[in-house]
Design a protein around this ligand. Structure first.
Ligand code: ADP
Ligand code: MG
Length: 383
């Protein structure tokens, strides 16, 4: 059954009748730009062909009902209060409703919402941003707000930062909001400006999720974050994105060895993101050269930022030896998680299975494999 049909049926089953508004928002892949966002650099992502769908109907009573294919129905009467414990998943759509209040939403009565998803669970494809953006599109339509997708991305981030309490950057929501079929989304994190870059439709993205997570992942992120800001301070700038490669190279001897490595990764990664953008915007875009930059990005994460793990290095090494693979790298925060590969469409499931079985030979279990491609961003399905 299609996702849209299933979210509509869920609505009818729980609330009766047919929902007035149905929306969809995709998950995303970090294409290149590893740990560049909080250093105020650029990052490039791709919206994918899987995501979250929302069906919605306003009601006269001041009551807000949420039901999901994953969780039982939750009913709240005070929309301004965060939920805790098992019902806290409701904070994502409720946070969006609250963020829309400051953008002109006039509260009157309540609403009923059903949610369903075809994003593989726990695969780092940003189901939270997809849920926020699908909610934002549906609520904007139901309450007759006229907001751009860029604005909806900020709404989603505000919900996640302030209502859910996760201090994420703008990548997830920006890409889910602004994706386009066959195109990537470039985000300048210093200005929150978004643009699309044509990749072409002859390419696929394959995700190999190890489902491994370093037990100290949160403190490792924090340490890397602090090392980046220490480097910027030592080099006399607010953020590492304020440095050119040349300025960094001439100043790096001032830094302690570990801090220098972290900063070198970020400064050169920003340069790689810029090069990917230039290559794809160029007259004869050369996706092979883009792939080479993806491999370089991985080596830099592995050797300089030191946020890779042997499982991800192994996947990237095998992928590099396969036909039709243009580039591969770890994607997301690192210290476990997933690797992605950019491939020609001639890379098939059979190739992916040979990567998985080699991985199993080495690590005893298979990674979760997901085949996806650059797709359209958050949108209204019907109203
Ligand atoms: P990611 O965004 O990488 O998938 P997060 O931890 O940021 O992981 O977000 C996952 C959370 O988003 C889930 O724990 C749940 O609270 C919420 N969520 C995602 N998809 C759904 C869904 N289909 N129904 C209800 N809640 C969902
Ligand atoms: Mg998330």
């Amino acid at each position: 059954m299609s996702l849209i049909k299933s979210v509509e049926e869920l609505f009818t089953k729980h609330y009766g009748g047919t929902a007035k508004v149905v929306s969809f928002a995709p998950g995303r892949v970090e294409f290149i730009g590893n740990h560049t966002d909080y250093n105020q650099g650029p990052v490039i992502g791709a919206a994918i062909n899987m995501g979250v769908s929302v069906a919605l109907q306003r009601c006269e009573q001041t009551v807000f009902r949420f039901t999901s294919g994953l969780y039982p129905t939750v009913e709240v009467t005070d929309s301004s209060k965060q939920l805790v414990g098992k019902d806290s998943w409701v904070n994502y759509p409720l946070g969006v409703y609250n963020a829309l209040l400051s953008r002109g939403l006039k509260p009157s009565g309540g609403f009923e919402m059903s949610i369903d998803s075809d994003l593989p669970h726990g695969s780092g494809l940003s189901s939270s941003a997809a849920l926020e953006l699908a909610s934002a599109v549906a609520l904007s339509k139901a309450y007759e707000l006229d907001l751009s997708n860029e604005e909806l991305a900020l709404v989603g981030r505000e919900a996640e930062n302030n209502f859910v309490g996760v201090p994420c950057g703008i990548l997830d929501q920006g890409v889910s909001a602004c994706g386009k079929k066959g195109e990537l989304v470039h985000i300048d994190c210093s200005t929150n400006s978004f643009s699309n870059i044509k990749l072409g439709e002859g390419y696929s993205i394959w995700i190999f999720n190890t489902h491994k997570k370093h037990s100290l992942v949160d403190s490792m992120y924090e340490k890397r974050h602090d090392e980046c800001f220490e480097a910027a301070k030592e080099l006399g700038v607010g953020y590492l994105a304020d440095l050119t490669v040349a300025a960094f190279d001439s100043g790096k001897s001032k830094l302690s060895p570990d801090v220098a490595k972290r900063a070198e990764h970020v400064v050169y990664e920003i340069d790689r993101v810029n090069k990917v953008q230039e290559l794809l915007l160029g007259a004869d875009s050369c996706v092979k050269d883009v792939g080479a930059l993806l491999f370089q990005s991985h080596r830099s994460s592995r050797d300089l930022f030191e946020n890779s793990v042997p499982e991800l290095d192994y996947l990237v090494d095998i992928l590099e030896s396969m036909p039709a693979v243009l580039g591969a790298r770890l994607t997301g925060g690192g210290f476990g998680g997933a690797a992605m590969a950019l491939t020609e469409n001639t890379f098939t499931k059979v190739y992916a299975e040979s990567v998985s079985s080699a991985y199993r030979g080495m690590f005893g279990e298979e990674p979760k494999v997901i085949h996806c491609w650059a797709s359209d961003g958050a949108r209204l399905i019907r109203s």
